[in-house]
Ligand binder design. Structure first.
Ligand code: SF4
Ligand SMILES: [Zn+2]
Ligand SMILES: [Zn+2]
Length: 311
């Protein structure tokens, strides 16, 4: 298989665009798509702070390396990295080490927020306390919240997420299947600023997971290859399989799901924002009801402990 643009051997097949790419053209294409999305999702951003949510996996490592390069000629923009330690033995320490290695190499300030300190519990603890609940349902909720808090504390104007095309397509489909239009229109990339929330953007959102992986390998970025021990229980796995199957049968399905999301957000913005979220009465973070979802989980797991308490 040859590259569609030059005589070199292709390293990836991209049927959704009817092309094969060699290593050089893959690199150029990933960087080009990242740049375009940064222009589109964070237009005319010339001064301020951008926080990158860094897990130490391939996607966020690529997002940090590319954001660092993108702003390298703009001294008025500071790029920082924020990570969350949810407390997952045998998994998170390795990814955080890879994250430290990358931030040291790039010379980027790096903050690690620990669930044990901020919430008084950990994913491991709560997984033991709520054996019937898939850990991703609470872990994902409070990671988002802790990342938002860390980005806000860093004075960030935007929070860059490492979500790739597959991640976003799966999330769109999940929200559609659950009939959760509210969550669907509020998912990243954000086009409006909501009270208490640092706008989240996803500049890798047009790059398929496989291409992000090959880019990370090609650039020699340090990233952790491990898988979270709770990942096999995640509901997302089913949607990952479905999106793969749809994409195989009909290349371009992932992009179509993203377009669906964009059009729904267009309509929603045309009708006027129905108002930002409330504030959680326990911790003050954004919430759709009285309590945010993170405090809701903490209350279920430890009813005797006042929610929002730290240790
Ligand atoms: S896979 Fe689930 S439990 Fe593991 S870190 Fe991600 S959200 Fe948390
Ligand atoms: Zn080529
Ligand atoms: Zn709360």
């Amino acid at each position: 298989m040859r590259c569609s643009t030059c005589p070199r051997a292709a390293v990836v097949d991209a049927p959704y665009r009817g092309a094969h790419l060699c290593a050089d053209h893959l690199r150029a294409s990933v960087e080009d798509r990242f740049r375009r999305e940064m222009h589109r999702q964070l237009p005319r951003f010339r001064q301020g702070t951008v926080a990158v949510a860094l897990s130490g996996g391939k996607d966020s490592s690529v997002a940090l390396a590319l954001a660092h390069r993108y702003f390298s000629r703009r001294p008025t923009v500071t790029v920082v990295a924020v990570s969350v330690d949810e407390g997952i033995e045998g998994y998170r320490p390795g990814t955080l080490e890879a994250a430290r290695q990358l931030t040291r190499t790039l010379g980027v300030d790096h903050t690690i927020v620990r669930a044990a300190r901020e919430l008084g519990t950990s994913t491991d603890d709560l997984a033991r306390g709520l054996p019937g609940t898939p850990p991703c349902s609470f872990c994902g909720v409070w990671r988002r919240q802790l990342l938002n808090r860390a980005a806000r504390d860093a004075g960030a104007d935007a929070l860059v997420l490492g979500f790739n095309l597959d991640d976003l397509a799966q999330t769109v489909l999940m929200n559609l299947v659950h009939g959760d239009l509210d969550r669907l229109v509020r998912m990243a990339p954000h086009r409006t600023r909501q009270p208490g929330l640092v706008p989240r953007i996803a500049p890798l959102g047009t790059v398929p997971e496989r291409e992000v992986y090959l880019y990370a390998r090609g650039e020699g970025l340090p990233f952790d290859h491990g898988e979270c021990p709770y990942a096999p229980r995640a509901q997302r796995n089913m949607f990952r399989t479905i999106v793969w199957q749809l994409e195989e049968a009909q290349p371009g399905t992932r992009q179509a799901l993203l377009r669906t999301h964009e059009r729904l957000v267009d309509r929603w913005l045309e009708r006027g924002d129905p108002g930002g979220p409330n504030r959680c009465r326990a911790c003050g973070e954004a919430a759709s009801g009285e309590l945010c979802r993170a405090c809701g989980f903490l209350r279920t797991a430890r009813p005797a402990v006042p929610v929002g308490a730290t240790s």
